[in-house]
Design a protein around this ligand. Structure first.
Ligand SMILES: Cc1ncc(C[n+]2csc(CCOP(=O)(O)OP(=O)(O)O)c2C)c(N)n1
Ligand SMILES: [Mg+2]
Length: 246
């Protein structure tokens, strides 16, 4: 089952529901289209709008610090978390296929343009030059690197602090290797942003084989039936104290 939501619906208006569907590991695939604005209601700021964003509801600039949807999903306990971008169709297709195959709560943030109320919302990943400079495609088990061959960059971890290096300046063994089964390092990656860091795209976390909400309920139902036999609603309603009215 797919749930399609936006940055306003998913993180503000229905933020409570998103939190609990993720922590319960309900078997759904959630696509959060993040255009950093309330589009449908014509351009109010959202929980992902940048600090100082001027909109109809923030004429002097937003005073709110923006939230990262992927950091939220990781903190809430989603068992699959990924990020993709609307203009990279192939990457989006690959990411959605993986997310839909996941058993449990899969969360995909799709960076999306709103050409009416927030045009070029993700220009950092649309503009050819800055895309080369900042787009990082994650691959499980591979060193984290990005950028053109002659000026390729990489990340190393100094304790818990990611540091950008030129790949030619360090041995390959020094580079941070992406482990998509690790929630802690996925959270570090989800926090990275341009211009200080690259913008990670792809699967941040994938934890397979976790129990799901539905799985636990089915087990409970089977146990109740095997312990007590099939239920009887009429009997249940007439059990305990009953009253006759009138
Ligand atoms: C409970 C509730 N409050 C307010 C609304 C009105 N409303 C509909 S869409 C929307 C904004 C949605 O923004 P977002 O989720 O970012 O989606 P976008 O339109 O940008 O794709 C609002 C406030 C609503 N439908 N339901
Ligand atoms: Mg929106």
């Amino acid at each position: 089952m797919f749930v399609v939501t936006g940055d306003g619906d998913g993180l503000s208006i229905g933020g409570n529901h998103l939190l609990h569907v993720l922590r319960r590991n309900v078997d759904v695939t959630i696509l959060l289209f993040n255009n950093r604005i309330y589009g449908l209601t014509k351009g109010q700021y959202s929980p992902t709008s940048e600090l100082g964003k001027v909109t109809k509801s923030t004429p002097m600039g937003s005073a709110d610090r923006p939230l990262s949807p992927c950091v939220f999903a990781l903190a809430a306990g989603a068992t699959y978390v990924a990020r993709t971008v609307d203009r990279s169709i192939g990457h989006m297709e690959e990411t959605l296929k993986r997310a839909s195959r996941h058993k449990g709560a899969a969360f995909v943030e799709i960076l999306q343009n709103c050409n009416v109320y927030n045009d070029l919302a993700w220009n950092v990943l649309y503009d050819k030059d800055s895309k080369t400079q900042f787009e990082l495609r994650l691959e499980h088990g591979k060193p984290i690197t990005w950028g053109p061959g002659d000026d390729r960059r990489g990340l190393v971890l100094e304790g818990l602090k990611p540091k950008v290096v030129k790949t030619k300046d360090v041995p390959e063994s020094a580079l941070w290797v992406h482990d998509e089964t690790d929630r802690a390092t996925a959270t570090l990656l989800a926090q990275l942003w341009a211009p200080e860091y690259p913008i990670p795209l792809g699967t941040l976390l994938s934890q397979e084989g976790e129990t799901t909400y539905e799985g636990i309920l089915v087990q409970q139902e089977q146990k109740a039936i095997s312990d007590r036999g099939p239920g009887d609603i009429a009997k249940l309603l007439m059990s305990g104290e009953t009253w006759k009215i009138g």
